[in-house]
Design a binder for this molecule. Structure first.
Ligand code: AMP
Ligand code: ZN
Length: 492
């Protein structure tokens, strides 16, 4: 089944398939590493993860390039304020970014390209633009893109740029105005700023040129898909198109995917409003990485996601249901045979799941049949109508679900442990929720020992001690489950 995905450029839902043969070539704008990533950023990276995992599920391998913007206005300003070289400043946040991606189980792109490692490519592209009459140098030595040279400007964002002022310039990396301006390709060095000595003068690249240069370096002049958050559509992606197509005269990316912004409690996230959360903030409040992942991907990428704590709790409960059910299947023994109705339900659930993802990555609709199947299977188990072949069939559906959603296998301890350790080391001790601190104070070995002591106490009919251990563990968020196969524990 092919993936059908909304294409911002055409304005329609188009089939996404590799044009130049496998793998599918895709470029997704990466982070500017000047701070810790917030949940809005991760919503976009997670939806791109859903895209690449869905393509893989459908049998399409990808070559996915992501840039790291490790030089820009904000980085230069913040590094100067901290009195350190920009690389020292960005290295810390780049490391944190990858740690956060790991916490959220975002798969790594095949290629990660740092802007500062590709300066010669950007310079070469600017030279080509100058030769084509699309770039000019100003008196201070900076270079600008001449918008008037590219009549198709605006074709992605569908903005009416009739009021465009010829020759008006902007040198900020980011601007939100609706009016288009000649934008900086290369900024002449200012005293004390990081700069590179190149054939077009001493300076540093603008933000937009880096993505054009690096996308074409790794994916060629035309490639299958370009993705990013909706804020990047204008001007960043529009500028990327202008810079690239002015030189190649070929379509840059054929398909454009934009992820809708995340709101918190219905409002734009902002530090001053107090509704701004990094991934780490949520982990330190005691929410599991898997719940954050599920909450951020369950609303399809083209819909506004209104992030709330209720939503996080819903995701936590959904994961609990998935994991408990999975455990029930793997630890249970079922008689030989098959329940024909359940076999049908498993096939239908699988087909509906794949169809929903293939339909513009509709994650909400993809979830629903899986939970319906769990309900039907639980009923069958309760009624003794569940057999070994049903277990095999349903575990296969869950495995397929987890190839994209990736929340059933429990990897939650490590991200939480890492976040707490980071908080302790960076003076954020007070941000760690007290119950989380208590929970973290027990190692797996210590819990194993207490559970063993409780089993022994029960054998010796010392029920008071056994109950005391259970309660002590419960207070620290550790749940003990007695089953006929023995005792298991888990962190809540
Ligand atoms: P930045 O590091 O600011 O360049 O952003 C990295 C990515 O996160 C870009 O693709 C942005 O479009 C995206 N992004 C930023 N804020 C949000 C938000 N509130 N919701 C969704 N995506 C966002
Ligand atoms: Zn970009």
């Amino acid at each position: 089944m092919p993936l059908r995905l909304f294409n911002t450029l055409s304005g329609t839902i188009d089939e996404l398939s590799p044009q130049g043969g496998q793998p599918l070539s895709m470029y997704a704008c990466g982070p500017t590493v000047y701070d810790y990533g917030h949940i809005g950023n991760f919503r976009t990276f997670l939806q791109v993860d859903v895209l690449r995992r869905t393509l893989n599920l459908l049998g399409v391998p990808v070559r996915h390039v992501m840039n790291i913007t490790d030089v820009d206005d904000k980085i230069i300003r913040n590094a100067a304020a901290a009195g350190i070289p920009i690389h020292d400043y960005t290295a810390r946040f780049e490391e944190a970014f990858f740690e956060d991606l790991d916490s959220l189980r975002v798969e790594r792109p095949e290629i990660i390209a740092r802007a500062t490692k590709h300066i010669p490519k950007m310079v070469a592209l600017i030279q080509k633009l100058a030769a084509a009459g699309a770039a000019y140098q100003t008196e201070d030595g900076s270079w600008y893109f001449r918008l008037a040279s590219f009549p198709e400007y605006g074709k992605l964002s569908k903005k009416d740029l009739s009021g465009m002022e010829d020759g008006a310039r902007v040198d900020l990396d980011e601007y939100e105005k609706d009016s288009a301006r000649d934008f900086a390709l290369w900024k002449a060095a200012k005293p004390g700023e990081t700069s590179w000595d190149t054939a077009i003068g001493r300076g540093r690249p603008g933000w937009h040129i880096e993505c054009s240069a690096m996308a074409m370096e790794y994916l060629g002049e035309s490639f299958d898909l370009h993705a990013g958050g909706e804020d990047l559509m204008f001007p960043h992606h529009e500028n990327e198109i202008a810079q690239s197509e002015s030189v190649t005269h070929k379509p840059f990316a054929r398909h454009w995917m934009h992820v809708r912004f995340l709101l918190v409690d219905g409002r734009k996230m902002s530090k001053s409003e107090g509704n701004f959360f990094t991934l780490r903030d949520l982990l330190l409040k005691g929410y599991k990485a898997s719940a954050i992942r599920l909450a951020l991907i369950s609303v399809p990428y083209r819909h506004q996601l209104n992030f709330t704590f209720d939503g996080l709790i819903e995701a936590t409960n959904a994961i609990e249901r998935l994991r408990t059910f999975h455990q029930r299947l793997t630890s249970g023994t079922f008689a030989e045979g098959a329940n024909a109705a359940l076999q049908d339900s498993a096939k239908t659930a699988q087909a509906e799941y794949v169809a929903a993802l293939s339909n513009d990555l509709n994650t909400a609709e993809a979830r629903a049949p899986i939970f319906d199947l769990i309900r039907a299977a639980n009923t069958a188990i309760d009624q003794g109508q569940f057999f070994s072949a049903d277990k095999t069939a349903i575990l296969a559906v869950l495995a397929s679900f987890d190839r994209v959603f990736d929340v059933i296998a429990d990897h939650d301890a490590e991200p939480t442990r890492r976040a707490v350790e980071w908080a302790e080391q960076s003076g954020r001790h007070a941000d760690v929720a007290p119950e989380l601190r208590a929970r973290q104070s027990l190692t797996d070995e210590a819990i194993d020992a207490l559970v063993a002591e409780r089993t022994l106490a029960k054998k010796q009919r010392n029920f008071a001690r056994a109950d005391q251990i259970r309660n002590e563990l419960a207070e620290k968020g550790i749940v003990i489950e007695d089953s006929k196969d023995g005792v298991r524990w888990k962190r809540k």
